[in-house]
Design a protein around this ligand. Structure first.
Ligand SMILES: [Zn+2]
Length: 212
């Protein structure tokens, strides 16, 4: 458990939001993510570990950026059902990416990370068991501390709506459609998710690698 942390010596800079996936740059040495365009240059030292003269990768990866672009096109076309289903897929993909980075920060090699991800596929287990094991606190608490107290609840609600739409629920019966409101909520969660996962990355991955 990493309950007491040293005072923060860096501040996360969010990338601009302009109708597409945000563009963050990653320090290859410690995993720190920054939306500061100056951080794209290898001359700018990492505010966390000081590494410079190394190539900065772009986060999120291309496959996520392509999915994001597709979701925004469906949203513009009013395809609410597709928006919700794909946005929930995207959120689960960036959660997987975060958990994979947290595992790596704990020293897990690729083989172990793959094994954990393959055996822990359920989102409930990933959020309820895997995340706390790696972070030392519940997902809800971490989100709240980082300023996103409502995010876990809103995400869960929309996952339930998606599930009820795809599968007939024995409790509530089939949900006939996911409307524009659900799609707008999905887009709002999508934009928040990038920011929250960048904050979690900088706290549990970038800081985590140094704190132990
Ligand atoms: Zn760094």
């Amino acid at each position: 458990m990493r309950r007491s942390r040293p005072p923060k010596k860096h501040k996360t800079v969010f990338a601009a939001v302009d109708g597409k996936a945000p563009e963050y740059f990653e320090c290859p040495a410690c995993g720190f993510l920054s939306g500061d365009p100056a951080f794209a240059s290898p001359d700018t030292p990492c505010p966390l570990c000081g590494a410079a003269q190394t190539e900065r990768r772009i986060w999120p990866a291309d496959r996520i950026r392509r999915l994001d672009a597709r979701i925004r096109r469906y949203q513009a076309d009013g395809e609410s059902e597709v928006v919700v289903i794909l946005a929930m897929t995207l959120l689960e993909t960036i959660l997987e990416d975060l958990l994979d980075r947290m595992l790596a920060a704990h020293g897990a090699d690729l083989k172990v990370r793959r094994m954990v991800m393959d055996t822990q596929r359920a989102i409930g287990i990933r959020l309820g068991k895997l995340f706390p094991a790696l972070a030392g606190e519940e997902f809800e608490d971490a989100a709240s501390e980082l300023g996103y107290a409502d995010f876990p609840k809103r995400w869960r609600r929309l996952r339930e709506a998606r599930n009820a739409f795809i599968h007939d629920s024995p409790f509530t019966g089939p949900q006939e459609h996911l409307d524009q409101r659900a799609a707008d909520e999905a887009m709002s969660l999508l934009d928040q998710a990038y920011r929250l996962f960048v904050l979690m990355n900088n706290r549990f991955v970038a800081d985590g690698m140094h704190g132990e």
